[in-house]
Ligand binder design. Structure first.
Ligand SMILES: *[C@@H]1O[C@H](CO)[C@@H](O)[C@H](O)[C@H]1NC(C)=O
Length: 260
């Protein structure tokens, strides 16, 4: 009786083991006969970059989106990422030298203005927002123009208050953003006396402008050389374009250097 029971347990044991092995396949996935009826439901609505076919070319799955990893013949990978969606191409990332990776990149890389008044870094980015808006039953988003949207000036880095001694050099910095690019002026309001608008032809106090750090941004500096007591006061950076005006002020405090 005991032997029979043991045999019975052994039988169940082996059965459980075989079952477990069949659940976790050790062999790579082999594409069988394609039966579209057995594919999981994937709706185009939930895929921001549209649909593509799975590794077996059978079922529709969400395509990879912009900046997501993708399968590229020259970047073999153990993992399958899938292919890129609409308006995207799979490109090798040149900066990853050791193990090559490929990312989905938009075919149209020009900055665009959407009908929602927002600037999109490229066409694919706009199309993703358009798809989301549609799914959420919000107003449709289309390309309004193939340029960034116009925007009023914004002071992204304002000038800061400075305390320095007479004879020193002082820089005030003002970083502004806007489309079209704003024009920057500096205004000096002394503690007593008339307001001055820079740039002027004064070569002790000058302005300097440079584009960047990125597009639609510029940086303006007001440089005060050999600081004098009469330079003390409020300095205002004023950025203007067709859509408006922005301004920020900083205070320059002058301390008299004793050892002069
Ligand atoms: C103060 O003046 C010195 C000497 O010209 C200069 O090196 C320094 O950057 C100035 N400090 C500020 C906060 O402007």
């Amino acid at each position: 009786m005991k032997i029979i029971l043991n045999l019975f347990l052994l039988f169940i044991g082996t059965n459980v083991q075989t079952w477990a092995v069949s659940v976790v396949p050790t062999k790579p996935v082999v594409c069988g006969q394609c039966d579209p009826g057995k594919c999981p439901m994937t709706s185009d609505k939930e895929c921001l970059a549209g649909l593509s076919l799975d590794a077996c070319g059978c079922c529709q799955v969400c395509a990879q989106r912009e900046r997501e990893l993708c399968d590229h013949p020259d970047a073999p990978s153990a993992k399958k990422y899938g292919s890129c969606g609409e308006n995207l191409q799979c490109r090798i990332r040149p900066e990853v030298k050791t193990h090559q990776e490929a990312l989905c990149e938009c075919n149209d890389q020009i900055e665009l203005c959407g009908s929602d008044g927002k600037t999109y870094r490229n066409y694919c980015h706009l199309m993703e927002s358009a798809k989301l808006a549609k799914a959420e039953q919000q107003p449709i988003i289309k390309v309004y123009k193939r340029k960034p949207c116009d925007s009023p000036p914004e002071i992204t880095v304002p000038p800061v208050n400075v305390v320095n001694q007479t004879g020193s050099n002082v820089f005030l910095t003002c970083e502004v953003a806007g489309v079209p690019l704003p024009v920057v002026e500096w205004i000096y309001q002394p503690s007593a006396g008339k307001t001055i608008v820079y740039p002027t032809d004064d070569d002790r106090i000058s302005t300097l402008v440079r584009g960047g750090p990125n597009a639609h941004v510029l940086t303006s500096w007001l440089q005060i050389q050999t600081l004098q007591n009469t330079d003390q006061g409020v300095y205002t950076c004023i950025a203007t374009n067709a859509l408006g005006k922005a301004e920020k002020t900083a205070y320059v405090q002058v301390e008299t250097r004793r050892d002069l």
